[in-house]
Design a protein around this ligand. Structure first.
Ligand SMILES: Nc1nc2c(ncn2[C@@H]2O[C@H](COP(=O)(O)OP(=O)(O)OP(=O)(O)O)[C@@H](O)[C@H]2O)c(=O)[nH]1
Length: 427
């Protein structure tokens, strides 16, 4: 509104002046007109040969034809805009209102002009500023999206490229932006959007997985705030593609949580899982079964076939165990040739069944490394969380005691921890 008033005022206060001429010879001119064209006094202007001197040469032909047509009555007097030159040959833009009048008994042309130079300058400034703004927004490497309830109102080039939307596509054809965001985020994004629009939050930061038009997945970082678009509140989001960052982050997380040789969860990660599983089992008074497995006489495998063959055995052993366990629980490498299996809601009977299944699976088929076939077996120790006082360390220590029993019993067997083992030595 403020801009509109300023704009109107430019027109109301625009300077205007009058000249009367016949065949472009000045007959009368007022001070305003003379001053608009750079003359100090109107008398100076009366001295110029022809008014055409004040008109851009490119407009002479048109001006002459218009003058003749109006004076002959062929055309009604016109109101038109025109580019003129002042005395110093500087361009001024004017609105021209023609009238045919009688001057000293002869027809003459009365021309009223309104100086539009300020308006033209202001409009040029607006156009320039809009062009600069457009260049900034489209040149930005950040995506910019304005939407009302996820219906897009504006999207810059970067955002279109990020999502794979053709640069020429009309936003009305793009559809609901929520459709591009992975469904896992819908609830969160809906809630956050409501908070933003209700003014409960000034800015909202989020990280979402987005499906690109070509079907691939990208990760974006969004910073949303409220803006006004054509007078209505809307959400303004700046969007940064962080797919590469996310990939690196996930790779680092994977590296931190997994064993480099076998790809199983590493000891740190299994310790965390163990802590939380123990807590859950206590809270829900449910079963928690821990199995420790150790490859039998693994040192001999290394000694006979070399460290490289030993590594291969560890890898294939791990693969077989995790394939067999599927999603029944978590499996990790606990130490050199020692592995841990953790299963929630698995009781003693089922635990023994699972351990025996694994043990038989390993013993039944030799592991082939190159052209050598290596017979491998493993011993298994099982313990169940059996009291609310027990800690994660206690549970593993009990499984370890059971494993020690299995080794002592001659290896390649499964033993269950019981209270009498409590004070037995561990391996
Ligand atoms: N190739 C290979 N060997 C490893 C790795 N980690 C540990 N080892 C070896 O595993 C062997 C474990 O030997 P021991 O603790 O004596 O146990 P074992 O020979 O399996 O005998 P039992 O457990 O009593 O059946 C050692 O020789 C370690 O060097 C590994 O990542 N790769």
């Amino acid at each position: 509104m403020k801009d509109k008033n300023a704009h109107d005022e430019l027109y109301i206060n625009a300077p205007h002046g009058i000249v009367i001429h016949r065949d472009f010879k000045v007959l009368y001119v007022d001070d305003n007109y003379a001053q608009l064209f750079g003359f100090e006094k109107k008398e100076d202007m009366l001295k110029i040969g022809s008014l055409l001197e004040l008109i851009d040469p490119s407009e002479w032909d048109r001006s002459t034809r218009t003058y003749q047509a109006v004076m002959s009555g062929e055309k009604p007097p016109t109101v038109h805009s025109s580019r003129n030159l002042n005395k110093n040959k500087q361009e001024i833009n004017v609105l021209v209102v023609d009238h045919v009048i009688e001057w000293q008994g002869q027809p003459a042309m009365q021309v009223t002009i309104v100086d539009l130079s300020q308006q033209v300058k202001a409009q040029k400034q607006i156009r320039d500023s809009e062009r600069r703004y457009r260049e900034l927004v489209d040149g930005s490497i950040q995506g910019i999206l304005v939407h009302q309830n996820f219906t897009p109102l504006f999207a810059n080039n970067s955002l279109r490229e990020m999502f794979g939307l053709p640069l020429s596509a009309k936003l009305s054809e793009v559809g609901d932006m929520m459709g591009y965001i992975d469904p896992q985020h819908w609830k969160e994004i809906g809630e956050k959007h409501q908070q933003l629009m209700a003014g409960e939050q000034k800015q909202i930061k989020s990280e979402y997985k987005v499906t690109h038009v070509d079907g691939s997945s990208i990760w974006v970082n969004l910073l949303s705030s409220i803006c006004f678009w054509e007078g209505k509140p809307a959400a303004l989001a700046t969007v940064v593609d962080m797919t590469e960052q996310k990939r690196l982050q996930q790779a680092l997380e994977y590296k931190a949580n997994h064993d480099g040789l076998t790809g199983l969860l590493n000891r740190n990660s299994m310790s965390e899982i163990l802590e939380s599983a123990v807590q859950t089992a206590k809270d829900e008074t449910s079963d928690l079964c821990c199995i420790l497995a150790d490859i039998d006489e693994f040192k001999k495998i290394n000694d006979c076939y070399g460290h490289h063959a030993g590594d291969k055995v560890l890898k294939i052993f791990s693969q077989r165990c995790s394939d067999s366990l599927l999603k029944q629980g978590s499996v990790g490498r606990w130490g050199g040739e020692e592995f841990i299996f953790l299963m929630q809601q698995v009781d003693q009977i089922e635990g023994v069944f699972i351990a025996e299944r694994l043990r038989r699976l390993i013993a039944s088929e030799p592991i082939v490394v190159g052209d050598i076939s290596i017979s491998v077996s493993a011993s298994f120790g099982i313990a169940l969380l059996n009291s609310p006082q027990q800690t994660a360390e206690d549970l593993v220590a009990n499984a370890d005691r059971a494993l020690y029993k299995a080794k002592r019993k001659g290896r390649n067997c499964t033993m269950l921890f019981n209270e009498e083992d409590q004070h037995s030595l561990t391996i």
